[in-house]
Design a protein around this ligand. Structure first.
Ligand SMILES: [Zn+2]
Length: 105
């Protein structure tokens, strides 16, 4: 998880989960980068920005339809990430079972 105060100055705390299907955080010389963009659609300010190399880059406002489409795209990315992970695990389980059958006695 990463937390920061909303860049617009409204004082709201913004929490972003970190992970391969979530936000990515990096820091170089004390200058943070958090990607993808942060859309605070649940806050009254509805601010939208990217934190890159310690600077806030303002992004355009989104309509409710764009927010919904963005959430769906996010969900699809998450699902395909975990589906790929499960396929990989399935493959390793098959290899493991096969190796045990050969060397297991
Ligand atoms: Zn704000």
């Amino acid at each position: 998880m990463a937390g920061h105060l909303c860049a617009c100055g409204c004082g709201n705390k913004v929490i972003t989960p970190l992970g391969p299907a979530e936000w990515a955080f990096s820091e170089v010389c004390g200058r943070p980068t958090l990607r993808p963009s942060i859309g605070n659609w649940q806050l009254p300010c509805r601010s939208h920005y990217v934190i890159a190399d310690g600077c806030v880059q303002w992004a355009g406002q989104w309509s409710d339809a764009q927010v919904l489409a963005g959430r769906r795209a996010e969900e699809r990315r998450r699902q395909s990430h975990y589906a790929a992970l499960n396929r990989k695990r399935g493959l390793w389980n098959r290899i493991w079972t096969w190796l045990r059958r050969i060397f297991g006695r």
